[in-house]
Design a protein around this ligand. Structure first.
Ligand code: C2E
Ligand code: MG
Ligand code: MG
Ligand code: MG
Length: 280
């Protein structure tokens, strides 16, 4: 049972090693050039509300430009951007692109909250709330249109500072979610300490459920934990109907994964949502 997971892990490790071996020395420069060209692309993946069968929100995922000679996986892009001090510029670009797109969807009658991934390192930046606020003003959008997905690793450094920052982001009106919940240095203390709205169950557990009773129990525990704290809970990485049905029985609120949709271009989203709502 654990074999599948182990294989998965081995596969991921091999992939990372391969990525690093083929990593050119000028990768940071290549990233800088793409950033300066404002050339990053965005994709959007719906979060399906199981109870209403409606799309109330989507997650924004950054992509290296598809027509670029080089190919670069998102995880590696983020890693290198973090290491070379480019993550601030990357995040601002993502925010601007997302807000511009949300504004255009609103005009066409598509109202969805967009969740944006926030690098853990950015939570160390005291000017982060101001930066995001300025961005919202430029596009004339309310913070309530945006959710921020943060991983647990953001919380292990300076607890006092992180707490203050999260409260400031919350005060501005952003929704907050803990991404990849259960894989980091989980401390239950922050569930009562931080002003969060949602837990996001890592796909490792979600996908493990099909052959691991333990993963099933972990997922059920996270769902119950979230609900006991009046938080919403979403499962990522759902690829099969069986997993979907299990999560529904377990009381999971939202579902995300290839079963419903791969991350798609902003132009496709309106049509996709219309078709989905028509179908269900
Ligand atoms: P994440 O936020 O945990 O996102 C989930 C990842 O799982 C995404 O990979 C998504 O494309 C993928 N995924 C979605 N559904 C399925 C499924 O059913 N099966 C499988 N196997 N995978 C699925 P992606 O887009 O490559 O992003 C990887 C990570 O990079 C993200 O993990 C997030 O931590 C980070 N990231 C992505 N976009 C941004 C961004 O704009 N800013 C920052 N700071 N980080 C980002
Ligand atoms: Mg995420
Ligand atoms: Mg995740
Ligand atoms: Mg992840």
């Amino acid at each position: 049972k654990k074999n599948a997971q182990l294989n998965n892990l081995r596969f991921e490790m091999a992939q990372i090693q391969r990525d690093q071996r083929s990593r050119p020395d000028d990768l940071p420069q290549a990233i800088k050039a793409v950033l300066d060209d404002n050339a990053l692309e965005m994709r959007y993946q719906p979060k399906v509300d199981l109870r209403s069968q409606r799309i109330k929100s989507v997650e924004a995922l950054v992509r290296w430009p598809v027509d670029h000679a080089q190919v670069l996986a998102t995880n590696l892009l983020i890693d290198v951007a973090e290491q070379y001090g480019l993550i601030e510029q990357l995040t601002m670009q993502v925010f601007n692109k997302v807000l511009q797109e949300v504004a255009s969807w609103e005009k066409k009658g598509l109202h969805v909250v967009v969740w944006i991934n926030l690098s853990a390192r950015l939570l160390a930046l005291p000017q982060l709330p101001k930066m995001l606020e300025r961005c919202l003003n430029v596009w004339n959008m309310p913070a309530s249109a945006i959710g921020l997905e943060v991983t647990e690793s953001a919380f292990i450094h300076d607890i006092e500072h992180t707490t203050a920052l999260l409260f400031e982001l919350k005060r501005l009106g952003f929704r907050l979610s803990i991404d990849d919940f259960g894989t980091g240095y989980s401390s239950l203390a922050y569930l009562r300490r931080f002003p969060i709205d949602e837990l996001k169950i890592d796909k490792l557990f979600v996908q493990g459920m099909s052959n691991s009773q333990q993963d099933k129990q972990i997922v059920q525990s996270i769902i119950d934990l979230a609900h006991n704290f009046s938080l919403s809970v979403v499962a990522e990485g759902v690829e099969h109907e069986e997993t979907l049905n299990t999560l529904r029985q377990m009381g999971c609120d939202d579902i995300q994964g290839y079963y419903f949709a791969h991350p798609m271009r902003g132009e496709q989203l309106l049509g996709w949502c219309e078709e989905f709502h028509h179908r269900t």
